[in-house]
Design a protein around this ligand. Structure first.
Ligand code: NAD
Length: 280
């Protein structure tokens, strides 16, 4: 069994991104909007700030009060859309209930939508056109590529159908010619379907969902989920020991997909900066 080491690959990606960023006439700029005090969101935003610093990017953080109105966030997004020094705009999710997430994400210029959540970028992915790809599934594809796991012709099963992970993951695997099945909370015979997967990507957010018997011997298993136990320890969906005993490749949690998601945000911001400086 080979561990798919996302931490190591993410460090490599960020090194390359930093080298490429240093050669640009203007450094890439990322603006992150955080609304409220969600502790997990704060950790993620801090991580993004650190990554920007490590890659030599310019970054700005807007920490807005939880009770802020839709109009004020919209005005900020519009201001950032017009800023020549900002290449990427990211709204940290989840948002407090009074804010309309869909409208706010749609307000971000698709050219600066480095999270890849805007309908234009989702549509580009569906149509196989260039655009920003969502960071988590893009990170999974980069990991598969790094370890020479070619999805073409393979049977891939994605557990989860969210807009940010499951759906784009399925589309990216399809784009690379896998035969893709998407499972979700209403799927019957989950175990039987998973057991056929050459590539199993799980993003259900349910600790213990994927048992050893659900892993085809020799499969590549990518566990996207982050489930925190009572002691604060992180777990994926897989019963790791049992899954690792059957898989040929498996991601650890933590240290698998998480760091890749962060690295892909830097990659997307670099790409945006290059496009906006007419360098590609
Ligand atoms: P979500 O709650 O929006 O979606 C979960 C999906 O799993 C749903 O489509 C649901 O139908 C499916 N599901 C739930 N229970 C199931 C079951 N018993 N059987 C089959 N399918 C089931 O979550 P999300 O935002 O897509 O995130 C999924 C997980 O990935 C979470 O644990 C989240 O923390 C993690 N995550 C990790 C990263 C990363 O960078 N590693 C990024 C995003 C999300």
């Amino acid at each position: 069994m080979i561990l798919l080491d996302g931490k190591a690959l993410a460090a490599k990606v960020k090194d390359r991104v930093a080298r490429e960023a240093a050669e640009l006439p203007r450094k890439p700029g990322l603006a992150v909007i955080l609304v409220g005090e969600d502790p997990a969101s704060r950790i993620y935003v801090n991580g993004k700030r650190k990554d920007c610093a490590a890659c030599g990017f310019y970054s700005e953080e807007y920490a807005l009060p939880a009770a802020i109105g839709q109009g004020e966030v919209l005005s900020l997004v519009e201001e950032l859309n017009g800023r020549p020094d900002i290449d990427g705009i990211l709204i940290q999710l989840p948002l407090p209930g009074q804010l309309n997430e869909e409208r706010l994400l749609s307000a971000i210029s698709p050219e600066k939508d480095v999270d890849g959540f805007h309908a234009v970028n989702v549509g580009n992915l569906l149509l196989g056109r260039p655009g920003f790809r969502p960071c988590t599934p893009a990170g999974v594809m980069a990991l598969l590529d790094e370890y020479g796991i070619d999805p073409a012709g393979k049977r891939a099963v994605v557990v989860g159908r969210s807009n940010i992970v499951g759906k784009p993951m399925a589309l990216m695997l399809l784009e690379r010619s896998a035969t893709v099945t998407v499972c979700h909370s209403r799927t019957r015979d989950l175990a039987q379907i998973c057991a056929q997967a050459d590539i199993l990507v799980t993003a259900a957010g349910r600790r213990g969902l994927i048992t050893g018997e659900m892993v085809k011997p020799g499969a590549a298993v990518v566990d996207v989920s982050i489930n925190r136990d009572e002691a604060g320890k992180l777990h994926g969906d897989c019963d790791f020991e049992a899954a690792a005993a059957r898989a040929a490749y498996i991601t650890p949690v933590p240290g698998g997909v998480g760091p890749m998601t962060r690295a892909m945000l830097m990659e997307n911001t670099l790409l945006s900066a290059k496009r906006r400086q007419n360098l590609r």
